[in-house]
Ligand binder design. Structure first.
Ligand SMILES: *Cc1c(COP(=O)(O)O)cnc(C)c1O
Length: 369
Protein backbone atom coordinates (compact mmCIF):
# COMPACT_ATOMS: atom_id res chain seq x y z
CA UNK A 1 0.00 0.00 0.00
CA UNK A 2 1.27 3.45 -0.87
CA UNK A 3 1.53 5.71 2.14
CA UNK A 4 0.70 9.34 1.70
CA UNK A 5 3.06 11.69 3.53
CA UNK A 6 1.54 13.96 6.08
CA UNK A 7 3.71 17.00 6.45
CA UNK A 8 2.40 19.70 8.79
CA UNK A 9 3.22 23.35 8.27
CA UNK A 10 4.83 23.60 11.71
CA UNK A 11 5.69 21.23 14.49
CA UNK A 12 6.62 21.85 18.11
CA UNK A 13 9.74 19.84 18.84
CA UNK A 14 11.56 18.92 22.01
CA UNK A 15 15.31 18.68 22.09
CA UNK A 16 16.41 17.58 25.51
CA UNK A 17 15.22 18.28 29.01
CA UNK A 18 11.73 19.68 28.37
CA UNK A 19 9.90 16.76 29.98
CA UNK A 20 12.31 16.52 32.89
CA UNK A 21 12.12 20.23 33.71
CA UNK A 22 8.33 20.43 33.39
CA UNK A 23 7.94 17.49 35.78
CA UNK A 24 10.49 19.09 38.10
CA UNK A 25 8.48 22.33 38.09
CA UNK A 26 5.27 20.41 38.73
CA UNK A 27 6.73 18.46 41.64
CA UNK A 28 8.29 21.56 43.14
CA UNK A 29 4.74 22.95 43.48
CA UNK A 30 6.01 26.22 41.96
CA UNK A 31 3.42 26.22 39.21
CA UNK A 32 2.75 29.95 38.81
CA UNK A 33 5.91 32.01 39.29
CA UNK A 34 9.11 30.17 40.12
CA UNK A 35 12.79 29.66 39.49
CA UNK A 36 12.40 28.49 35.85
CA UNK A 37 10.94 31.89 34.94
CA UNK A 38 14.06 33.59 36.23
CA UNK A 39 16.30 31.00 34.55
CA UNK A 40 14.55 31.52 31.23
CA UNK A 41 14.94 35.29 31.51
CA UNK A 42 18.63 34.91 32.35
CA UNK A 43 19.20 32.48 29.45
CA UNK A 44 17.47 34.80 26.97
CA UNK A 45 19.28 37.91 28.27
CA UNK A 46 22.58 36.11 27.87
CA UNK A 47 21.86 34.71 24.42
CA UNK A 48 20.52 38.02 23.11
CA UNK A 49 23.13 40.14 24.90
CA UNK A 50 20.62 42.47 26.56
CA UNK A 51 20.47 43.63 30.18
CA UNK A 52 16.71 43.14 30.57
CA UNK A 53 14.68 40.17 29.30
CA UNK A 54 11.20 39.85 30.80
CA UNK A 55 9.13 36.71 30.26
CA UNK A 56 5.42 37.19 29.62
CA UNK A 57 2.35 35.10 28.82
CA UNK A 58 2.49 35.51 25.02
CA UNK A 59 3.87 37.63 22.20
CA UNK A 60 0.81 39.86 22.08
CA UNK A 61 1.13 40.59 25.80
CA UNK A 62 4.76 41.49 25.06
CA UNK A 63 3.58 44.09 22.54
CA UNK A 64 0.92 45.30 24.97
CA UNK A 65 3.58 45.80 27.66
CA UNK A 66 5.69 47.81 25.21
CA UNK A 67 2.74 50.10 24.42
CA UNK A 68 1.98 50.50 28.14
CA UNK A 69 5.60 51.26 29.02
CA UNK A 70 5.83 53.79 26.17
CA UNK A 71 2.53 55.31 27.34
CA UNK A 72 0.79 55.03 23.96
CA UNK A 73 -2.34 57.18 24.15
CA UNK A 74 -5.54 57.45 22.08
CA UNK A 75 -4.84 59.38 18.88
CA UNK A 76 -1.15 58.43 18.80
CA UNK A 77 0.03 57.05 15.49
CA UNK A 78 1.93 53.77 15.35
CA UNK A 79 3.64 52.84 12.08
CA UNK A 80 3.21 49.13 11.31
CA UNK A 81 3.86 47.01 8.21
CA UNK A 82 1.07 46.39 5.70
CA UNK A 83 2.29 42.82 5.30
CA UNK A 84 2.89 41.06 8.63
CA UNK A 85 1.12 39.30 11.46
CA UNK A 86 -1.34 41.96 12.64
CA UNK A 87 -0.89 41.75 16.43
CA UNK A 88 0.71 45.22 16.76
CA UNK A 89 -1.86 46.84 14.45
CA UNK A 90 -4.72 45.27 16.41
CA UNK A 91 -3.26 46.40 19.71
CA UNK A 92 -2.87 49.95 18.44
CA UNK A 93 -6.60 49.98 17.65
CA UNK A 94 -7.46 48.53 21.04
CA UNK A 95 -5.61 51.41 22.71
CA UNK A 96 -7.46 53.96 20.60
CA UNK A 97 -4.21 54.65 18.75
CA UNK A 98 -4.01 54.75 14.96
CA UNK A 99 -2.16 52.04 13.05
CA UNK A 100 -0.51 53.71 10.06
CA UNK A 101 0.31 51.04 7.50
CA UNK A 102 3.64 51.21 5.74
CA UNK A 103 3.94 49.22 2.52
CA UNK A 104 6.74 46.67 2.52
CA UNK A 105 9.67 46.21 0.18
CA UNK A 106 8.60 43.95 -2.72
CA UNK A 107 11.66 41.70 -2.35
CA UNK A 108 12.41 41.46 1.39
CA UNK A 109 8.76 41.92 2.50
CA UNK A 110 9.94 44.16 5.33
CA UNK A 111 9.45 47.89 5.95
CA UNK A 112 12.28 50.18 4.89
CA UNK A 113 13.39 53.39 6.62
CA UNK A 114 12.70 55.51 3.50
CA UNK A 115 9.08 54.37 3.27
CA UNK A 116 8.59 54.71 7.03
CA UNK A 117 9.98 58.25 7.04
CA UNK A 118 7.28 59.43 4.62
CA UNK A 119 4.59 58.39 7.11
CA UNK A 120 6.03 60.14 10.16
CA UNK A 121 3.79 62.94 11.43
CA UNK A 122 3.53 65.02 14.61
CA UNK A 123 1.31 62.27 16.07
CA UNK A 124 3.75 59.42 15.40
CA UNK A 125 4.86 57.80 18.65
CA UNK A 126 6.35 54.50 17.57
CA UNK A 127 7.47 52.31 14.70
CA UNK A 128 6.86 48.57 14.98
CA UNK A 129 9.39 46.79 12.78
CA UNK A 130 8.16 43.25 12.23
CA UNK A 131 10.89 40.84 11.10
CA UNK A 132 8.58 38.69 9.01
CA UNK A 133 9.35 34.99 8.54
CA UNK A 134 12.78 35.47 10.13
CA UNK A 135 14.09 38.02 7.66
CA UNK A 136 15.03 41.37 9.19
CA UNK A 137 14.14 44.97 8.51
CA UNK A 138 17.05 47.41 8.14
CA UNK A 139 17.50 47.79 11.89
CA UNK A 140 20.41 50.29 11.88
CA UNK A 141 18.46 52.50 9.44
CA UNK A 142 15.34 52.36 11.60
CA UNK A 143 17.30 53.04 14.79
CA UNK A 144 18.70 56.21 13.18
CA UNK A 145 15.32 57.26 11.84
CA UNK A 146 13.60 56.80 15.21
CA UNK A 147 16.37 58.78 16.94
CA UNK A 148 16.19 61.62 14.39
CA UNK A 149 12.44 62.00 14.97
CA UNK A 150 12.47 61.22 18.69
CA UNK A 151 10.03 58.33 18.37
CA UNK A 152 10.20 54.82 19.76
CA UNK A 153 11.34 51.78 17.80
CA UNK A 154 9.83 48.42 18.71
CA UNK A 155 11.27 45.37 17.00
CA UNK A 156 8.65 42.64 16.82
CA UNK A 157 11.06 39.72 16.58
CA UNK A 158 8.44 37.02 17.20
CA UNK A 159 9.45 35.32 13.94
CA UNK A 160 13.16 36.09 14.08
CA UNK A 161 14.63 34.51 17.21
CA UNK A 162 18.30 33.97 16.34
CA UNK A 163 18.39 36.12 13.19
CA UNK A 164 21.29 38.58 13.06
CA UNK A 165 22.23 41.75 11.24
CA UNK A 166 25.84 42.93 11.37
CA UNK A 167 26.24 40.38 14.18
CA UNK A 168 23.49 42.06 16.27
CA UNK A 169 20.58 39.77 17.05
CA UNK A 170 17.00 40.58 16.10
CA UNK A 171 15.03 41.95 19.01
CA UNK A 172 17.92 43.74 20.72
CA UNK A 173 18.20 47.20 19.14
CA UNK A 174 14.78 48.83 19.56
CA UNK A 175 13.77 50.80 22.65
CA UNK A 176 11.68 47.72 23.40
CA UNK A 177 11.66 44.42 21.52
CA UNK A 178 9.21 41.55 21.61
CA UNK A 179 9.23 37.79 21.01
CA UNK A 180 6.63 35.03 20.99
CA UNK A 181 7.14 31.51 22.35
CA UNK A 182 3.94 30.19 20.71
CA UNK A 183 3.90 26.51 19.72
CA UNK A 184 4.89 27.28 16.11
CA UNK A 185 7.75 29.63 16.97
CA UNK A 186 11.50 28.90 16.95
CA UNK A 187 11.67 28.67 20.75
CA UNK A 188 8.44 27.56 22.35
CA UNK A 189 6.79 27.30 25.74
CA UNK A 190 3.35 26.46 24.27
CA UNK A 191 2.13 29.98 24.86
CA UNK A 192 4.65 32.55 25.99
CA UNK A 193 6.61 35.64 25.09
CA UNK A 194 9.44 37.96 26.01
CA UNK A 195 10.25 41.65 26.00
CA UNK A 196 13.78 43.02 25.96
CA UNK A 197 15.20 46.47 26.50
CA UNK A 198 18.41 48.25 27.38
CA UNK A 199 16.48 50.86 29.37
CA UNK A 200 16.19 50.15 33.12
CA UNK A 201 13.23 52.50 33.60
CA UNK A 202 11.24 50.87 30.82
CA UNK A 203 12.17 47.43 32.19
CA UNK A 204 10.99 48.39 35.66
CA UNK A 205 7.71 49.71 34.29
CA UNK A 206 7.13 46.55 32.25
CA UNK A 207 7.80 44.32 35.27
CA UNK A 208 5.17 46.27 37.18
CA UNK A 209 2.61 46.23 34.36
CA UNK A 210 3.24 42.48 33.96
CA UNK A 211 1.95 41.78 37.44
CA UNK A 212 -0.85 44.10 38.60
CA UNK A 213 1.55 46.93 39.34
CA UNK A 214 2.59 45.05 42.46
CA UNK A 215 5.98 44.99 44.10
CA UNK A 216 6.90 41.85 45.95
CA UNK A 217 7.55 43.38 49.33
CA UNK A 218 4.24 45.18 49.71
CA UNK A 219 0.93 43.28 49.61
CA UNK A 220 -2.08 44.69 47.74
CA UNK A 221 -0.34 47.96 46.99
CA UNK A 222 -0.55 48.84 43.27
CA UNK A 223 2.06 51.23 41.91
CA UNK A 224 0.19 51.50 38.63
CA UNK A 225 -2.91 49.99 36.99
CA UNK A 226 -1.26 46.79 35.83
CA UNK A 227 -2.20 43.64 33.99
CA UNK A 228 -1.48 39.99 34.56
CA UNK A 229 0.89 39.01 31.76
CA UNK A 230 2.94 36.50 33.75
CA UNK A 231 4.45 33.33 32.28
CA UNK A 232 4.08 30.25 34.49
CA UNK A 233 6.99 28.29 35.91
CA UNK A 234 5.63 25.19 34.10
CA UNK A 235 5.88 26.93 30.75
CA UNK A 236 9.23 28.52 31.53
CA UNK A 237 10.62 25.07 32.36
CA UNK A 238 10.05 24.09 28.73
CA UNK A 239 11.71 27.30 27.57
CA UNK A 240 14.81 26.73 29.70
CA UNK A 241 15.24 23.31 28.06
CA UNK A 242 14.80 24.84 24.59
CA UNK A 243 17.38 27.55 25.30
CA UNK A 244 19.90 24.84 26.27
CA UNK A 245 19.56 23.53 22.70
CA UNK A 246 19.18 26.81 20.89
CA UNK A 247 22.26 26.32 18.68
CA UNK A 248 20.99 22.91 17.54
CA UNK A 249 17.54 24.32 16.78
CA UNK A 250 19.02 27.17 14.75
CA UNK A 251 21.45 24.88 12.87
CA UNK A 252 18.54 22.69 11.76
CA UNK A 253 16.61 25.74 10.59
CA UNK A 254 19.59 26.89 8.53
CA UNK A 255 19.89 23.41 6.96
CA UNK A 256 16.17 23.35 6.19
CA UNK A 257 16.26 26.79 4.60
CA UNK A 258 19.35 26.02 2.47
CA UNK A 259 17.79 22.83 1.14
CA UNK A 260 14.63 24.68 0.13
CA UNK A 261 16.62 27.54 -1.35
CA UNK A 262 18.72 25.24 -3.53
CA UNK A 263 15.56 23.72 -4.97
CA UNK A 264 13.31 26.76 -5.26
CA UNK A 265 15.82 29.26 -6.64
CA UNK A 266 15.84 27.45 -9.96
CA UNK A 267 12.09 26.80 -10.05
CA UNK A 268 10.39 28.93 -12.70
CA UNK A 269 7.46 31.07 -11.61
CA UNK A 270 8.51 31.36 -7.96
CA UNK A 271 10.36 34.01 -6.04
CA UNK A 272 11.55 33.37 -2.49
CA UNK A 273 11.51 36.12 0.09
CA UNK A 274 14.85 37.85 -0.40
CA UNK A 275 16.95 38.03 2.72
CA UNK A 276 18.00 41.59 3.50
CA UNK A 277 21.66 42.29 2.76
CA UNK A 278 23.74 41.99 5.95
CA UNK A 279 21.07 39.78 7.54
CA UNK A 280 21.98 36.28 8.64
CA UNK A 281 18.48 34.91 8.94
CA UNK A 282 17.27 32.08 11.15
CA UNK A 283 14.28 31.44 8.94
CA UNK A 284 11.08 30.73 10.83
CA UNK A 285 8.92 30.00 7.80
CA UNK A 286 10.06 29.46 4.22
CA UNK A 287 7.89 31.64 2.02
CA UNK A 288 7.72 32.42 -1.66
CA UNK A 289 5.67 34.46 -4.05
CA UNK A 290 4.02 32.61 -6.91
CA UNK A 291 3.98 34.18 -10.32
CA UNK A 292 0.50 34.59 -11.83
CA UNK A 293 1.61 33.43 -15.30
CA UNK A 294 3.16 30.22 -14.05
CA UNK A 295 0.41 29.57 -11.52
CA UNK A 296 -2.76 30.81 -13.29
CA UNK A 297 -4.86 28.58 -11.02
CA UNK A 298 -4.03 30.99 -8.16
CA UNK A 299 -2.30 30.58 -4.81
CA UNK A 300 -5.31 29.10 -3.00
CA UNK A 301 -5.69 26.36 -5.62
CA UNK A 302 -1.99 25.56 -5.25
CA UNK A 303 -2.49 25.28 -1.50
CA UNK A 304 -5.37 22.83 -1.84
CA UNK A 305 -3.54 20.77 -4.45
CA UNK A 306 -0.57 20.48 -2.07
CA UNK A 307 -2.91 19.64 0.78
CA UNK A 308 -4.32 16.72 -1.20
CA UNK A 309 -0.73 15.48 -1.49
CA UNK A 310 -0.33 15.61 2.30
CA UNK A 311 1.47 18.94 2.44
CA UNK A 312 0.09 21.63 4.75
CA UNK A 313 0.88 25.22 3.74
CA UNK A 314 -0.22 28.70 4.78
CA UNK A 315 -1.10 31.76 2.75
CA UNK A 316 0.76 35.05 3.15
CA UNK A 317 -0.49 37.54 5.73
CA UNK A 318 -3.81 39.06 4.70
CA UNK A 319 -3.52 42.77 4.02
CA UNK A 320 -5.27 45.14 6.46
CA UNK A 321 -7.92 46.18 3.92
CA UNK A 322 -9.28 42.61 4.02
CA UNK A 323 -10.23 43.23 7.65
CA UNK A 324 -12.61 46.11 7.25
CA UNK A 325 -12.16 47.38 10.80
CA UNK A 326 -8.86 48.91 9.72
CA UNK A 327 -10.56 51.10 7.14
CA UNK A 328 -9.02 52.02 3.78
CA UNK A 329 -5.26 51.62 3.29
CA UNK A 330 -2.80 52.16 0.50
CA UNK A 331 -0.36 49.27 0.54
CA UNK A 332 -0.36 47.74 -2.97
CA UNK A 333 2.78 45.61 -2.49
CA UNK A 334 1.40 44.14 0.73
CA UNK A 335 -1.90 43.39 -1.01
CA UNK A 336 -0.14 41.58 -3.82
CA UNK A 337 1.92 39.55 -1.34
CA UNK A 338 -1.25 38.71 0.58
CA UNK A 339 -2.65 37.21 -2.61
CA UNK A 340 0.44 35.40 -3.93
CA UNK A 341 2.63 34.38 -1.01
CA UNK A 342 2.60 30.80 0.18
CA UNK A 343 4.65 29.48 3.08
CA UNK A 344 5.83 25.92 3.10
CA UNK A 345 6.31 23.42 5.95
CA UNK A 346 9.15 24.75 8.10
CA UNK A 347 10.46 23.05 11.20
CA UNK A 348 13.85 21.77 12.30
CA UNK A 349 13.22 18.03 11.89
CA UNK A 350 11.82 18.36 8.36
CA UNK A 351 14.04 15.99 6.39
CA UNK A 352 15.87 16.70 3.15
CA UNK A 353 13.77 14.11 1.37
CA UNK A 354 10.55 15.67 2.64
CA UNK A 355 11.75 19.04 1.36
CA UNK A 356 12.54 17.47 -2.02
CA UNK A 357 9.08 15.91 -2.13
CA UNK A 358 7.42 19.27 -1.32
CA UNK A 359 9.45 21.07 -4.00
CA UNK A 360 8.72 18.38 -6.60
CA UNK A 361 4.99 18.57 -5.93
CA UNK A 362 5.06 22.36 -6.11
CA UNK A 363 6.98 22.29 -9.40
CA UNK A 364 4.38 19.91 -10.89
CA UNK A 365 1.68 22.52 -10.25
CA UNK A 366 3.51 25.17 -12.27
CA UNK A 367 2.41 25.72 -15.85
CA UNK A 368 5.79 27.24 -16.64
CA UNK A 369 7.04 23.80 -17.73
C1 LIG B 1 3.26 35.05 16.65
C2 LIG B 1 3.38 36.54 16.49
C3 LIG B 1 2.85 37.44 17.42
C4 LIG B 1 1.93 37.02 18.53
O1 LIG B 1 2.48 36.17 19.44
P1 LIG B 1 1.49 35.30 20.36
O2 LIG B 1 2.45 34.61 21.27
O3 LIG B 1 0.75 34.37 19.47
O4 LIG B 1 0.61 36.25 21.07
C5 LIG B 1 3.09 38.79 17.26
N1 LIG B 1 3.80 39.24 16.21
C6 LIG B 1 4.31 38.41 15.29
C7 LIG B 1 5.11 38.99 14.17
C8 LIG B 1 4.09 37.04 15.38
O5 LIG B 1 4.56 36.22 14.43
Amino acid sequence: MKTRPNIPWAKAEFWGSEEKYVIDALRSSWISGGPYVERLEAACAEFLGVPHAIAVSNGTAALDLSFLALDIQPGDEIIVPGFAFMAAANLALQKGAIPVFCDVDPLTWCIQPKAVEKLISKQTRAIVAVHSYGNMCDVPGLVDLAAAHDIALIEDAAEAFGSKMDSLLAGTQGHINTFSFHATKTVTTGEGGLVTTHDSDLAEKMRLYRSHGLRRHRHYWHELPGHNFRLTNLQAAMGVAQMEKIETILDHRVRMYQRYKNRIQSMPGTQMQMITETCEAAIWAVALRLDATSFPQGRDEVMSALSSRGIETRPGFQPPAEMDYFGPTSVPVSENLGRWVISLPSYPSLTDSEIDYICNELAKLSKAG
